[in-house]
Write a protein that binds this ligand. Structure first.
Ligand SMILES: NC(=O)c1ccc[n+]([C@@H]2O[C@H](COP(=O)([O-])OP(=O)(O)OC[C@H]3O[C@@H](n4cnc5c(N)ncnc54)[C@H](O)[C@@H]3O)[C@@H](O)[C@H]2O)c1
Length: 249
């Protein structure tokens, strides 16, 4: 079934993957509700998308995904603009600073949990409040291959992404009878601002571990289209790995 006319809410929309997702869902005719904590990047994104896809309906709200009230406001904003939410993509994420467990400051853990885990929790909770009365919806969380395999120096990141994968499974079971499917995507590494500050050698070492090399955001977007639409109507609780073969060995 076509996604044309579906209402898609997306967090972390101004980042590398978020921007690619916004463009791809706009391209197939969805109305998009964009959100990011970075308000100026969000404004630039909305202006650009409006120019590129003049017929697509776009609205936005700057939110911190770790704040439950702000996520409620985001879903209410979508409801007010389009009357419903068909697809919720919990995509905002941060990487902890580069260091082993004993060197990671508690604030680093708190921030990573706040954005990566609580962002997905809040996104699910707010989206299902809107989706349950209609008995239909698809929620997609951005997890990571780092939630499936051990990435040294990224303990908070990997632990929160593993938690997102398990949260996805639990939510899938909790909301299946409400007609809501919940899945996640586990990307391998693609270059984005998340890696700012990482030495180039670290990126090169990551590239070597991906049999197909590092990916790009565009390599991931169709996995989200698949999970959003009816082509995946019997798929829930899944962790779709799109990682250039990183986790295969
Ligand atoms: N880049 C990779 O190699 C990679 C690999 C696997 C998974 N991921 C995941 O993909 C998703 C997108 O990351 P990206 O690589 O595009 O990075 P990015 O930094 O380009 O985008 C992340 C976006 O999230 C936003 N954000 C951060 N904190 C937020 C908050 N509290 N509330 C709302 N928005 C917030 C940022 O402003 C940014 O626009 C993340 O969940 C990330 O963990 C990335």
């Amino acid at each position: 079934m076509s996604l044309d006319g579906s209402v898609v809410v997306l967090t972390g929309s101004a980042g590398a993957l978020g921007s690619a997702l916004a463009r791809r869902f706009a391209e197939v005719g969805c109305a998009v509700v964009l959100s990011d904590v970075n308000r100026s990047a969000l404004d630039t994104q909305v202006a650009g998308l409006g120019k590129e896809f003049p017929s697509v309906e776009v609205t936005s709200l700057s939110v911190d995904v770790g704040d439950p009230q702000q996520m409620e406001n985001l879903i209410q904003h979508a409801q007010d603009a389009f009357g419903r939410v068909d697809v919720m993509i919990n995509n905002a994420g941060v990487l902890n600073s580069n260091g082993r467990i004993h060197n990671l400051p508690p604030e680093d853990w708190q921030k990573t949990i706040h954005v990566n885990l609580m962002g997905a929790v809040n996104g699910i909770a707010s989206a299902v409040r809107s989706m349950r009365p209609r008995g239909v919806g698809s929620i997609i969380n951005t997890a990571s291959a780092a939630g499936l395999t051990a990435w040294p120096y990224a303990s908070a990141y990997g632990a929160t992404k593993a938690a997102v994968i398990h949260l996805t499974r639990i939510a899938a079971v909790e909301y299946a009878r409400d007609g809501i499917r919940v899945n996640c995507v586990c990307p391998g590494t693609f270059r984005s601002a998340i890696h700012d500050g990482l030495p180039e050698e670290a990126m090169e070492a990551m590239a070597v571990k991906h049999p197909l090399g590092l990916g790009s955001p565009a390599d991931l977007t169709d996995a989200y289209l698949y999970l959003a639409g009816d082509g995946s109507k019997w798929t829930t609780g899944s962790a779709l790995v799109v990682d250039g073969g990183y986790s295969a060995p």
